[in-house]
Design a protein around this ligand. Structure first.
Ligand code: NAD
Ligand code: UD1
Length: 339
């Protein structure tokens, strides 16, 4: 009885694999390596093996594409899969504006394919990686799950379309259990320094950019705007440690086993930090190596975004436990290990 993780060699998927395996769940991963590599499999094993001996029955990795029906069908035939966590997808907002068809193709087709194969094999438990991006510009803070949704770019629209699709499927067949997890801003890395976020090229997101400045790989952080309506003028977000986020998935898989129907949860800390808060915390950890300058706002950015995560606490018994310094320390540690 295994949990299938699509995109399980990626940033969030690999941390979730570790947490599931150490919670005694068996794991099967499918990944097409478009944003990861096979070395992550060995790293997951290295982290887990001191706690639990792994073999082909407890941990298996398939290299392949979720859009390939025959391949997926084979994976489901060869394994006793009871739940699926669907991480696989493309996730860069700017790229999605330039190449919308790639995003609709990868994100939507993979999900439709996966749900069809699940239905054919009678697998009815599904966790979906959604994003706070589906709230667009929220009317007030903090953000609750019942707030209006709306997307402002093709990436966000794929998340929203998939959420709507899951609701339609659930309405037509109540034997499915769907948990939609809306992540806020995942950052940080595993304590081991073996797995973390390692984007190709110049990072778009704040934390990987800061880490590369702190380790001398990039010159200077550009802070996008210091005239927002926030305490210090820089953008405010709800940053959550990726290990906390991964643990949220273990709780979601448990919840699926209770035949929970369709549920939506925010996964965030409920705390908003500004860009300057992050830079200051990171500087405490790395010894003031993060140089920065203020530049114009980034088009499409919002001033402030943070979650109310009480529903996940009440219904999943989950809450984020790691603080901002933990997030900065583990990011810096990973970046130093990662040549
Ligand atoms: P990631 O790119 O590190 O991981 C995604 C993995 O999926 C990669 O290993 C990639 O190789 C694989 N993949 C992509 N398309 C595939 C396909 N068609 N078939 C098989 N494998 C495929 O991304 P991540 O940060 O771990 O994000 C995981 C999920 O969470 C994504 O759906 C993303 O949209 C969502 N999400 C991420 C963030 C974030 O900030 N990281 C925030 C909100 C939501
Ligand atoms: C981004 C995505 C969002 C996704 C989220 C998940 C964009 C526009 N949005 O959100 O869809 O759900 O990640 O993690 O990419 N910043 C700088 N300098 C930088 C980079 C960022 O000042 O070099 C600032 C931004 O203006 C923002 C904050 O840092 O205020 C966080 O930015 P980022 O890490 O890109 O995340 P989001 O924009 O919140």
């Amino acid at each position: 009885m295994s949990v299938l993780l699509t995109g399980g060699l990626g940033y969030i998927g690999s941390h979730t694999a570790v947490e599931l395996l150490t919670s005694n769940e068996d794991v099967v991963i499918i990944d097409n390596l478009s944003n990861s590599d096979l070395s992550v499999k060995e790293k997951i094993k290295k982290i887990v093996e001191p706690v639990r001996k792994l073999d082909e029955n407890s941990f298996k990795v398939y290299v392949g594409d979720v859009r390939d029906y025959k391949f997926l069908d084979q994976v489901f035939s060869e394994n006793k899969i009871t739940s699926v966590i669907h991480f696989a997808g493309l996730k860069a907002v700017g790229e999605s504006v330039a190449k919308p068809l790639d995003y609709y193709d990868n994100n939507l087709i993979s999900t439709i394919n996966l749900l069809e194969v699940m239905r054919a094999h009678g697998v009815k438990n599904f966790v979906f990686s959604s994003s706070a991006t589906v709230y667009g510009k929220a009317k007030s803070m903090p953000i609750y799950e019942d707030f209006e949704t709306g997307a402002t770019n093709p990436y966000g629209r794929t998340k929203l379309f998939i959420e709507e699709m899951l609701k339609d499927i659930y309405n037509s067949d109540k034997s499915f259990n769907f948990i939609i997890l809306r992540y806020f801003n995942p950052i940080g890395a595993h304590d081991s320094g073996l797995i973390g976020e390692n984007p190709n090229g110049i990072p778009n997101n704040l934390m990987p950019y800061i880490s590369r400045v702190a380790t001398g790989k990039l010159e200077c952080l550009s802070i996008f705007g210091n005239d927002y309506n926030t305490k210090d003028g820089t953008g405010v977000r709800d940053y959550i440690h990726v290990v906390d986020l991964a643990k949220g998935h273990v709780c979601a898989v448990k919840k699926l086993k209770t035949n929970c129907g369709l549920k939506i949860y925010n996964l965030g800390t409920g705390i908003g930090y500004s860009v300057l808060d992050i830079v200051n915390a990171y500087n405490q950890v790395c010894g003031n190596k993060v140089k920065f300058k203020f530049v114009d706002r980034r088009p499409g950015d919002i001033d402030i975004c943070y979650a109310n995560a009480d529903k996940a606490y009440k219904e999943l018994n989950w809450k984020a436990e790691r603080n901002l310094l933990d997030m900065c320390k583990t990011s810096y540690n990973f970046e130093k290990h990662n040549k």
